[in-house]
Design a protein around this ligand. Sequence first.
Ligand code: NAD
Length: 375
Amino acid sequence: MKIAVLKEGAGETRCAAIPETVKKFIALGAEVAVERGAGDCASIADADFDAAGAKLGSRAEVLKGAGIILSVAGPDAASLKGAEKGALLVGALDPLRRRVAIDAYAKAGLQALAMEWMPRITRAQSMDVLSSQSNLAGYKAVIDAAAEFGRAFPMMMTAAGTVSPAKVFVMGVGVAGLQAIATARRLGVQVSATDVRSATREQIQSLGAKPIFVENVAGIEGEGAGGYATEMSPEYQEAQAELVSSHIAKQDIVITTALIPGRDAPRLISDAQLASMRPGSVIVDLAAEAGGNVEGTVAGETVEKHGVKIIGASNLARSLAADASALYARNLYNFLSAFWDKEQGRPVLPDDDEIVKGVRLTQDGKVVNERLTAA
Ligand code: NAD
């Protein structure tokens, strides 16, 4: 089995393999071919891949006869000629927004596997690219906020007087939010956080932050289905808006991470609420690409409104390319090795497996994933 590792297109800094995973694939009996320069943006030299046992070459050379293609962002089907018929294309393929590209994978006879559709089940935790990348994004959001903030984060008692600690409010306590809380705490700030899922209250407290919850209208019990939130009732939204209004004016930094699968991000901060914040405050909106939690967010840009900087964070994991690549590459290895059939020397993906049903988009020339065929 030949595994091809692609060099990503412009804007994507991560790489789908690292020398460690190359060695592990070779130990499974595979041959690994890495496109020259694939690791450049993630601080992995071609020589490091070579030392791990990979063969380096042009795209055409690495694809020739490959049965598995590893990528981060989904490549164009037209750029994948030469791979085996039925080759597995593994990546964060963004199926809903790249439907045309997914159809092209089917037409090209590839079996496309979207890693971001990995089910959130215990068995798949080590394969979960959304978690591995969100965790890094949560950390980076706090670091970026600190860099934009014109004051210090921790309390400092100096001969020239005391610098008071900053106040950070985290809205949405999933994977990114939890890491944002932990990172902010390490920087010595006062942290508060909110979510609609009641199970997060204890998680917030266990990280030493203060839970700020809507008390008079019921939220989502426990973890919520699959750990995800749904759209809240108008009564809840109203109560939440009141809660935010009373809390946000006293905050210096707000990190918003709230997402609802398959929908636009919920609006959590209005323009009027922004206007109540102190000038110089900073908001990092991690939901920017899903429409934003904050009124006025622009994905990929920093805008200023009422003296408050709003960072429309877009794929922050890309700015930590070395770590993001390492975690992503291990997710891919954990997935493929879990299905590796030693006798056949390749992964065998059973049709009735929950993980396979979740991630498989195309097979035998057709789009087969229910989330796409039902759309
Ligand atoms: P997400 O990115 O979908 O959403 C981020 C957070 O925003 C969630 O906590 C959500 O409840 C919250 N949110 C949504 N609407 C909101 C609103 N109106 N106000 C405030 N908050 C709102 O979530 P995620 O980071 O992908 O993780 C969700 C959960 O899944 C977590 O509990 C996580 O631990 C769990 N998880 C489980 C596994 C597994 O078992 N394999 C893997 C990853 C994550």
